[in-house]
Structure formats: C-alpha cells, structure tokens
Write a protein that binds this ligand. Sequence first.
Ligand code: 9G3
Length: 583
Amino acid sequence: MRQKQAFIPTLREIPADAEAVSHQLLLKGGFIRQLSAGVYSFLPLGRRVLRNVEAIVREEMEAAGAQEVLLPALQPADLWRQSGRYEVYGPELIRLEDRNGREFALGPTHEEVITQLIAQEISSYRKLPVTLFQIQTKFRDERRPRFGLLRGREFVMKDAYSFAADWESLDATYRAMYDAYHRIFERCGLQFRAVEADAGAIGGEGGTHEFMAIAASGEDDVVTCSHCSYAANMEKAVGRNVVIASAETLIASVDAAAPQAEKFHTPGLRTIDELVSGLGLSSSELIKTLIYMADGSPVAVLARGDHEVNETKVKNTLQAVQLELADSDAVRSITGAASGFAGPVGLDIPVLADFEAAALGQAVAGANETDYHMRNIVPGRDFPQVRLGDYRNVQENEPCPNCSEGSLRIIRGIEIGHVFKLGTKYSEKLGADFVDASGESNPIIMGCYGIGVSRLLSAVIEQHYDENGMIWPASLAPHKVHIIPVSHQDTAQMAAAEMLYDQMQAAGFEPLLDDREERLGVKLKDSDLIGAPIRVVIGKGISEGLVEWKQRGSSEDVVRIPLAEVPSKVLQTLAVKSTSGMT
Ligand code: 9G3
C-alpha cells in the first residue's frame, strides 16, 4: 500500500476520553473510529489486522474438525422464549420489531439459532458428532461499554457449537477445541492462561474454562498458584477452606463455657474500618452481614470482616438469576436498623455464612439495632440455622487449594475465550433429539466455544506496545514491512524504494511504502505508531547500495545492510516470527 493514497488518519495527540492504552493507540494509529458508544468502524489497518486474526482462528478451527457456517444476527424472539432466555436477559438483549410487528432480537450469541437448525436437520446418531462455527457480529447492549474494543456493544466473535451423542464424544470435542485455542492464542503472540471458570447463566452441566490474556488493564481477576498449575477466575477460585462440614458440626463445636452474646453501644460505627478503629479490633474478628435481594427475596450473607463476598458463588448456591444488594430502606425493614448495623442474630430471613465467618469462635457483628453491635457471638449457638459454604473471594498469598507448597497470586486478565460443556440444556428446550443405535431417542449433548475476535486486537496491543506505539506480532501485523525513503525528491532513493516495494509485494509481505512528501521524523513517528515488524529506511546510503534495517520491538539498533539482502532477511525474520508468533 502506498501511504499517499492510504486511508490512515493518524492523530498527533492521544484522544482524551480513551483510558486503555490499546484504545488510545487504535484511535491514534487510525485503526478504528467510534460511531457510537461501544460501536466501532474498522479502518483499513484495523480491518487488515482483524482479517489476520480471523484467518488464524478459521485455520485452527477447521484443523480441529469444525465446519464454518454463517448464522443470522436477526433472531426471532420466539426462539428465545422457547429456550426460556427471553425474560432472563434484560436490557442487554437488543430487541426490535419488524414491519409486521413481529418481535426479534439482535443476536448476542447463537445457542438457540444453531440448536434449532440441528433439531431440524439431524435425528440419527450416525450424523453425530458435528461441530459448527462462525465468525460473526454480536450485539450486547452493555451498560458501560468502555476501553474501545475490549468491551463493545457490537463486536466480532467466533462462536462454535458442538453436538454429540454421548459425553465421551463431547469431552473429545471439548479437548480438541481447548487445544485449538492454545494454538490460536500462541500464534497471535499472546501470553494467556486457561482458567477454571463459572458457567454462569449460560448453565451447562460440566465444566467450563476461560482463556485469559494477562494484562494490567484486564477487568477480570485471575487466581494462580505460585507453585502448581492451579488457575481459576475469581468467580470460581477457592481457598483451602477451614474444615467445617455442616451446621450440625458447627452446633456440636460450641464451647458451653463461652460467655453469652451481649449488645453494646457503637454510635455511628457503620463500616468495618470504623469498627476496627473504634473498637481496636482487627477486621478478621468481625462478621459483616450483607443483605441481598435474590430474585426479589431477601437473604443475609455473612463473611469475615477482612473477606469479600463472591456474588457468583452466592448466586450459584441460591440458583438465583438476579442478585443485588438490598437498598437501605429494605435493610431497615428487614433488620430494624440503619445500614451498617445488620447482624446474624435474630434475623428471620435465610442466612448464608461463609466457612471462615462461621469458624470464628466468638465474633462481633451488628445487633440489628441502630448504633448497636453484639460481641461474643458464637455461630453455632446464637444463629444455628445457617447455610454454610464458600461465599468469598480468595485473597493474595492464601495457601493453594490444589497443592501444599504454593500460595495464591491474583493477576489481571482480559477474557479472550470461553469454552463450555453445555450438556442438554438447549437441545431439550428446542427438541434437538437423536435416535441412538438401539432406537432410543435422546437429547443431543452440546458444547459451545467462544473467542472475542475483535477484542483480541486490544488484548494483543495491551501486551505489545511501547511509548512510541503498537508492536504487532508478524502473524497479525497489517503490513509486514514498512519501506521509508528519506527524501521524495531523491530519484535514487525513490527508485530503490519502488523496486523493494514491488519485490515485497510479489513476495506477499504486504509492504507499506511511505511515499508521502513529509519530513523523515514524521514518517518514523507514524511507522513506530503503526507497528509494522520490519522497517527499511532508504537514505543517502543507497549510493553505496546500503539501507537501514530496524525491527520493531527488538532492542537492537538500526543496522545498515545491502539493499540486495533485504528480501532474504525479511523471509528469515518473518519465518522465525510467524512460527512463534511472538514479536
Ligand atoms: C444474552 C445476552 C448476553 C449474553 C448472553 C445472552 C453472554 C450469553 C454467554 C455466552 C455463552 C457462549 C457461545 C460462544 C461462547 C460463549 N452474554 N452469554 O449467553 F442474551 Cl444479551 O455467550 N455462547
């Protein structure tokens, strides 16, 4: 591509409202432009990278035995009613009507669509297993779209769905997809971890993993062990819980000689910090009581003062779809006290107690009376009707639940992939059955597998940039070689540049030729920003047949090499890069 004709609207300044580095660089480099919140146009450079990602995804999915389809974005609401999800999803599901007043949704995902298709077309075990995938635009009306392509309302996803006659077959496909994901992300030059995840509202009976790209700007917490391979996302991660098997053992463990619980005046001490400083206690001696509304009915969740409640774990225990903190009016009507004085004793709503809170022999908690707390609370005695469980987030440095030496580390990650064993949740709802070898009819066993294709661009930039701009792995770079003549008036330099450009073009290296009548400084600045892996500057040295060679992202300085050596050096450099995918 010649830059004189190229549509690459680079910016001099960093856009003010872009927070994430990847968002800033995509805008500055002229890769994307925002049309609306969370809705982006891909300009030529961005489109080229997106195409390179799609090519890698397509190659590896087909190599893993999946077949590509393209499903509609316009989905009949009735399908979502059949699966029971139409009501489950709120404003995030974009709904519309057609000219005849029929209701549709813009597809945020395609379980319903693909399962109905299979229900209509496959009815015998002889046609199973089959895995179909698409690379297609998804619509999700995120409440807070942000960070550019990292959280959009319209984005490109690869979503695959597998259909099997039995669980062993699903396991085999799941493994094949899992391995394909490793190859895809390695080829994209990403550092990532596959972590145990929570199946969430999608449901599914057996196992799910998320693929997390390690990045400081990631929105998700990834919990890993310093010693073994344990890795889980925060929603799922567990500590090495104290051993309290059940409420019965809790009641049996009560020390008869323990002093009675008693109320004491704690005017204005509402928060854990105020209690800690006010009472000179440590937060680990306190029980915090959070009142939630779970699908509209109140529930109290107890956690030790120094722990955080994990709402996904609470939701899963309660099988609740909606879980949110009760507002202060609800807290007052449920506990009889202002917020900050709720406690477990005397509540007539269900109480969930995290193991570590219940393990406190004696604790301080709210007295369910404004400006009063209670001390010497004994869990098995003063609130025996309690549902024990793991309801908290793990913390840094806790002992690993999986090995005896390691301790837990918490790192930030960007979710770039998610694979699920769905089971028969959708096939039952949508009548996707098959007749097995013995003539029995059974629901098809499904899996689904997603990759955030457009989100990957941002994840790669978050891991590959410096103060001058993006550093694309060769596998994804919009152009592999950037050719920059120093002076457009110098015929020898321009001729050499044109000749090299033709050679690179012919060799398929998709060269970018900066033929603009600009100062060298401007050209080099734009070149660093766009981040092509190889740059060849053609200046005065061309009179001796020499050019300047620079590899983006490597610590090596500029080296002068003969023009004639450039093609073989490019080949050698890209060959190394493209296998490893790293910069
Ligand atoms: C919705 C809306 C948002 C959603 C979903 C449904 C996430 C929804 C989960 C999945 C599961 C897998 C296939 C590819 C891999 C991920 N957000 N999910 O189901 F209606 Cl508005 O999409 N789907």
